[in-house]
Design a protein around this ligand. Structure first.
Ligand code: ZN
Ligand code: ZN
Length: 125
């Protein structure tokens, strides 16, 4: 069988690691929050099922996405609309925040990490 070229193998492992890190930092808390709380928006009390669960988001009460205590005390499940509301109230204080903080962080981090890793690794050849 064909071995992948070394560069590809290295890239694969970097991507895999970035993805794992992102899951731990980004998606990990979502899974835990959804396992911990009923699938109901904390603001409008809308109920969710597997079919529309992607519209239920995890909000960080203190707006710090890196603060994820295991007891879930910093998490609140909010629907997209209420989550948006929550952030637009807060946006006055945060420069450059789009109001989709959680979503942007979850999708943006893997690429940011990957880019940083590649740049760091490229010097070594
Ligand atoms: Zn809601
Ligand atoms: Zn939020």
């Amino acid at each position: 069988m064909n071995k992948p070229r070394i560069d590809n193998a290295r890239l694969d492992s970097i991507v895999a690691k970035a993805r794992r890190d992102a899951e731990q930092r980004g998606h990990g808390y979502r899974e835990r929050a959804l396992g911990m709380y009923p699938w109901i928006c904390g603001r409008c009390a809308r109920e969710f099922t597997r079919a529309n669960l992607h519209e239920l988001t995890v909000h960080h009460r203190n707006h710090d996405h890196d603060y994820n205590p295991p007891d879930g005390s910093n998490w609140e499940l909010l629907c997209l609309y209420c989550h948006d509301n929550e952030h637009s109230r807060y946006i006055d204080h945060v420069d450059g925040d789009t109001g989709n903080g959680d979503v942007a962080a979850a999708t943006g981090n893997p690429f940011a990490d990957l880019k940083a890793m590649l740049e760091r690794g490229s010097g070594k050849g």
